[in-house]
Design a protein around this ligand. Structure first.
Ligand code: DAH
Length: 477
């Protein structure tokens, strides 16, 4: 088993298995998007000043276009504030240095044939992100629990594969797409809700494989493996490698490349021969193609010895000044670490509880001061009620935190978690009172919260073959 480090591929078989254990409940029951913006808050800690407009590839994007007080939106301000930063476009940043090194490999070996895109907008349609790459309708990655939805048809891309179809349609046959991708996730030193991926894609025409005497798929698979083994050597030097068969919805066959590095097998990327259906739908009926996707943080943490994924986002000169353009593999020298502070919180969980929702609350309140959220106790009593105890580790990478500050943060986390849980309970009781079927999504949005009184606006969305349609909102107190 490869070392699982930094956002392993979301669409592989292991995550499919996860789907089957998790999918006992419908998407919507697990994923009511109680955004942090939906609840009035302790202004001291819960709201940070956020810029209201940013520019992406020359296009202006307003905060209100992305963060909305609407039940179909689960994008918090903390995520909006990352949208324009484009770490992968900074030549002196480890992610930019790595991207450029991969570009060099492709430019040298394929005489500049690969078109490069690193400024495609991360706000994409559900169709681009999922349907165009054949992600099944019930795949866990589509849930509100895993993906940031701007509205029911628009998401923050959760992988750079979202751009395959549009680039094929525009006639590109060799391309690399680099960009920031977004996933709701747990919190630890290798997971952050925004990270960076690079997608590679190459189309072959029949004359390219016919001469070889091989069928198109075998030809593409062999070419793919040769290309990526060369890339791994370019990045890591002469390392031992192995190929592992896996599953992705968009490729068949599908593989993962692992390298033996520092005495562990490390998963480097996912790849495969593109499903014919994708090529057919996008004007490449008589072709075959290969594709790969790799996570830049995963590789950069290993190549530069960066111990915590939050560091990539740091403006601290002690971090940024250590890296220079073109210098792959400069080893990061840790500056003095400040002490961590641990706070535990226990609560009874309901069937709607998810760790991602809790982590979203913690990040919304503590931002990058939270280092890890881990389940340290899990107990079920005779009545079948389950309680969880989570340990939240707070640590700044830049300064010592005061007790008072952490206590304030922890108090806010408790309050907001409790408020969200009450909302979810209300949601379930309304669901049963309204005699709704599990498959009828009911979204709930809190807009008033004080002491023990919670006022909710409830919107029932009916799903039909023509897509979702909303019914009237009603108010519950
Ligand atoms: N999109 C995949 C993920 O994020 C990574 C990936 C795997 C991309 C295989 C590909 C591919 O193009 O062929 O998990």
């Amino acid at each position: 088993m490869a070392l699982s480090l930094v956002h392993s591929t979301l669409f592989s078989k292991t995550s499919q298995l996860l789907l089957h254990t998790k999918i006992g409940f419908s998407h919507f029951s697990s994923s009511i998007p109680f955004s942090t913006s939906a609840l009035p808050s302790n202004p001291k800690t819960w709201r940070r000043p956020v810029i209201s407009v940013l520019e992406l590839g020359g296009v202006k994007i307003a905060r209100d276009d992305v963060v909305r007080d609407d039940p179909t939106n689960n994008v918090p301000d903390t995520i909006f504030s990352k949208l324009g930063l484009q770490l992968h476009r900074r030549d002196q940043h480890p992610l930019g240095i790595l991207k450029n090194t991969i570009y060099d490999y492709f430019d040298t070996n394929y005489s500049n044939k690969f078109d490069k895109f690193d400024e495609l907008c991360p706000i994409v349609s559900v169709k681009q992100n999922f349907d165009d790459v054949l992600v099944p309708a019930d795949h866990v990655s589509r849930s509100y629990n895993d993906t940031y939805y701007v509205d029911s048809q628009t998401v923050l891309r959760c992988h750079t594969s979202a751009h395959q179809a549009e680039l094929l349609r525009k006639g590109h046959t060799h391309f690399l797409v680099t960009g920031d991708v977004y996933r709701r996730d747990s919190i630890d030193s290798t997971h952050y809700p925004v990270f960076h991926q690079m997608e590679g894609f190459r189309v072959f025409s029949p004359d390219e494989w016919e001469a070889s005497g091989m069928d198109g798929t075998s030809f593409a698979a062999e070419d793919l493996k040769k290309c990526l083994e060369g890339l791994a050597t370019h990045l890591f030097g002469a390392v031992e490698m192995r190929w592992v068969d896996t599953y992705f919805p968009f490729t068949n066959p599908s593989f993962e490349l692992e390298i033996y590095f520092k005495e562990k097998w490390l998963e480097v990327l996912g790849c495969g021969v593109t499903e014919q259906e994708i090529l057919k739908r996008n004007g490449k009926l008589n072709n075959v193609a290969w594709a790969f996707g790799l996570g830049l943080e995963r590789l950069a943490m290993v190549l530069f010895d960066i111990p915590d994924i939050r560091l990539f986002w740091s403006d601290d000169e002690r971090f940024t000044s250590q890296f220079s353009k073109g210098q792959l593999g400069t080893k990061f020298k840790p500056f003095s670490r400040y002490p961590p502070c641990y706070k535990d919180m226990s609560f009874w969980i309901s069937e709607s509880f998810t760790e991602n929702n809790l982590c979203e609350v913690v990040r919304g309140i503590a931002g990058d001061l939270v280092e890890e959220v881990s389940l340290i106790d899990n107990f079920t009593n005779k009545k079948g009620m389950t309680s969880h105890c989570y340990r939240i580790s707070y640590r700044s990478m830049e300064r010592s935190l005061t007790d008072e500050e952490i206590n304030d943060l922890q108090m806010s986390v408790r309050e907001q978690h409790a408020a969200n849980s009450s909302l979810r309970r209300l949601y379930y009781s309304m669901r049963s009172k309204l005699l709704l079927q599990e498959s009828t999504p009911l979204t709930l949005d809190a807009y008033g919260y004080s002491a023990a009184i919670i006022t909710c606006r409830c919107k029932i969305t009916k799903l039909s073959d023509d897509g979702p349609s909303s019914s009237d909102s009603c108010i519950f107190v």
